[in-house]
Design a binder for this molecule. Structure first.
Ligand code: 13P
Ligand code: SF4
Length: 330
């Protein structure tokens, strides 16, 4: 065991005995250590199946804030681990692979965003949860795709607002709230990839299919969508709908839960532009595996750490989101 080597790699790369029943071993470790496993809908199916809770970004933050476990294993990406640590600073927060970043969070560097905020005095700052803790520290209120519309609408109509970092989500929220928030020019490499032409082709092949799209998609894709919403909202729609076939324009991990909850329905992943593959996966989300999850629980490594001063500021904007969400019944 060499912690320095693991740290360089970003995960524990210790070989696991191939005869080990990984799922039972993970469950055993979880009980022994009073740990909870939280997983995002974009995780591999095997991780979603072993998690205690599977949810969208808002649900993950809500569970992280109220868990009584001693250890939180966040099977998602780095900013989700940071949010959990900021909300539960006394708990140990682990992530199976520290390399699980986010292209959207990376498109908004804290120094540049802070300067942008300074250049616009008098503006309120609303940031998507897909940001680093340092960006959240210069933010008035954090939002997720589940609560962005309602939280923006909780501000007076004439309030001057900076919205970052996702330009697609920002444009979508501007259009549904009839506002003109000032947008940061960031985007997610997965959601920007969906092909309009291929979705139109799929619609022609499946004329009864309903198109579900995440608001991180470009507006040309959202125009084709019958339903626009967060991963949790799209899942809820698919479960409650009497329709039987859906074209899904978000990371294809969500299809696992959709298919599980609706075994009789058909879910077709919307294809990306430059690929022969029929689905669209987030390479960061998919870095986590059962093996890394096992090693991370066993060695309690890698751990998420957030600078104390940054955490003290960021917690204010995150808690504001949780309080508003509770009031809004979200
Ligand atoms: P939600 O979980 O809020 O739908 O966000 C999707 C996403 O891109 C997470 O990284
Ligand atoms: Fe970030 Fe996009 Fe991956 Fe979500 S899907 S974690 S926004 S890169």
């Amino acid at each position: 065991m060499n912690k320095e080597e693991w740290l360089k790699k970003g995960f524990v790369n210790e070989k696991i005995d191939s005869t080990l029943d990984l799922k039972s071993a993970i469950n055993k470790l979880k009980e022994e250590k009073n740990a909870v496993i939280l997983a995002h809908y974009y995780q591999k199916g095997e991780i979603q199946d072993i998690a205690d809770y599977v949810g969208d970004s808002l649900a993950l933050a809500q569970w992280a804030a109220k868990t009584t476990a001693d250890i939180i294993v966040l099977c998602g990406v780095h900013f989700m681990g940071e949010t959990a640590k900021i909300l539960s600073p006394d708990k140990k927060v682990l992530i199976p692979d520290l390399n699980a970043g986010c292209s959207l969070a990376d498109s908004c560097l804290a120094d540049e965003f802070s300067q942008f905020v300074k250049d616009h005095p008098g503006y309120k700052v609303i940031s998507y949860v897909n940001t680093t803790a340092a960006v959240k520290a210069v933010t008035d209120v954090v939002v997720t795709s589940t609560n962005a519309k309602q939280i923006v609408e909780s501000f007076p109509k004439d309030e001057k607002i900076i919205f970052g970092p996702d330009r697609n989500l920002g444009n979508y929220i501007n259009s549904v709230t009839n506002r003109s928030m000032l947008l940061w020019d960031g985007a997610c490499h997965v959601h920007e990839q969906f092909s309009v032409e291929k979705i139109i082709e799929l619609k022609a092949q499946h004329p009864d299919a309903i198109v579900l799209a995440h608001p991180e998609c470009k507006s040309v894709v959202l125009k084709l969508a019958d339903v626009v919403g967060s991963t949790a909202a799209l899942l809820k729609y698919a479960v409650n709908s009497s329709d039987k076939c859906f074209i899904v324009a978000t990371e294809s991990g969500i299809l696992h839960e959709m298919q599980k909850k609706c075994p009789q329905k058909t879910f077709i992943p919307a294809p990306p532009n430059d690929s022969t593959c029929a689905c669209n996966e987030c390479s960061f989300m998919r870095l986590n595996s059962l093996e890394k999850l096992y090693n991370c629980l066993k060695y309690e490594f890698p751990e998420i750490d957030v600078d104390k001063d940054i955490a003290e500021k960021a917690v204010v904007s995150i808690k504001r989101m949780l309080d508003l969400s509770e009031k809004l019944g979200l």
